[in-house]
Design a protein around this ligand. Structure first.
Ligand code: SIN
Length: 322
């Protein structure tokens, strides 16, 4: 069967899109992950048309994405891999909470081969019980993107805007249009079910297929922590984490990778002792521009949380320290 035919499979993981509040007007006092992904799909008119054919639902997890963990990631990566290899599947949609969506998107982008079929994350800022829930439209739009011929990559669709896994970031804790692609700008938009791309589908990423093997075979993921540079950052936390056996550290540095001198010294000591360190910036836009002579490796343009995931995958592929 050619790519571009077949079914769309929607994998549910929970989130506000599946959230319920006691009162319809309550947009913040709700519990995420209450409504099954099957029920979410049943409530959306026009879904089969957006899917250009069959659509199926599977519940992978039912959680608030603040509680996302490696066990769910392993299951999600495994199921996506199976579906992407199935010639009867045109694309995969994942319903997810907004809070850690960008992390799951980057994780999936790093480990899946989506060169021919997309994985599209859908979410919502208002629970399913809200007076005006945004989930049904977001899910319908995500299905439309997944079913669009030529679609590829790991993408997120929120408030009519399509973002790539590399650039997407939650930038607002309340607004319905809560995501941004920063300097890169959106990949495109969904308008009345039709996809309009700003430039074209993303270049296929090179998946770390070795990572899938390691993920399948480990229950003990490396420990990588994210720290921040700030006024008075004295680095003692680094020494404590090293004593506690941390495997990797990502620092959300100020500006273009600057660090308080005491934190810099502590991170250099950690690095020399074998702990991997990456320097990202805490600025919401832009990236650290490395300079000759930099003592610590930078995050290659990734935000601190995405740099953590890349470092986790690097470390998973290496023999563990005793
Ligand atoms: C979550 O991330 O699961 C809860 C918050 C949200 O989806 O907006």
């Amino acid at each position: 069967m050619q790519v571009g035919t077949g079914k769309i499979v929607v994998l549910g993981t929970g989130g506000t899109i599946a959230g319920k509040a006691a009162k319809a007007g309550d947009n913040i006092g709700y519990t995420a992950g209450q409504v099954s992904v099957g029920q979410l799909l049943e409530a959306i008119p026009g879904l089969a048309q957006a899917a250009r054919g069959r659509i199926e639902a599977e519940q992978i997890a039912q959680i608030d994405s603040k509680d996302m963990d490696f066990a769910v990631w392993r299951q999600l990566a495994h199921r996506c891999t199976q579906l992407l290899a199935d010639p009867d599947v045109r694309g995969v949609v994942v319903t997810h909470g907004t809070d850690t969506l960008e992390e799951t998107a980057w994780f999936l982008d790093s480990v899946l081969d989506t060169a021919e079929r997309p994985v599209v994350l859908a979410c919502a800022m208002r629970p399913a019980t809200a007076i005006a829930p945004d989930g049904p439209q977001n899910l319908l739009d995500a299905v439309a993107v997944a079913a669009t011929p030529g679609a590829r990559g790991v993408l997120a669709v929120v408030a009519g805007t399509i973002h790539t896994a590399r650039d997407v970031q939650k930038v607002h804790p309340y607004r319905v249009d809560a995501f941004s692609s920063g300097d890169a700008g959106p990949l495109g938009w969904v308008e009345e079910g039709a996809v309009r791309l700003a430039h074209g589908w993303p270049a296929p990423s090179v998946p770390r297929l070795d990572a899938l093997h390691h993920i399948a075979n480990t229950y003990l993921w490396p420990r990588v922590e994210v720290l921040m540079n700030h006024v008075g950052a004295d680095g003692r936390i680094v020494d404590l984490l090293v004593l506690d056996g941390v495997d990797g550290l990502v620092v959300a540095a100020t500006g273009n990778g600057t660090l308080h001198h005491a934190l810099a010294k502590a991170l250099e000591r950690a690095h020399e002792s074998g702990v991997e360190v990456r320097v990202a910036t805490r600025c919401p836009l832009g990236r650290v521009l490395p300079k000759p002579g930099d003592a610590l490796p930078h995050s290659e343009g990734l935000s601190p949380v995405k740099a953590r995931i890349s470092l986790l995958l690097d470390l998973l592929a290496r023999p563990r320290r005793p």
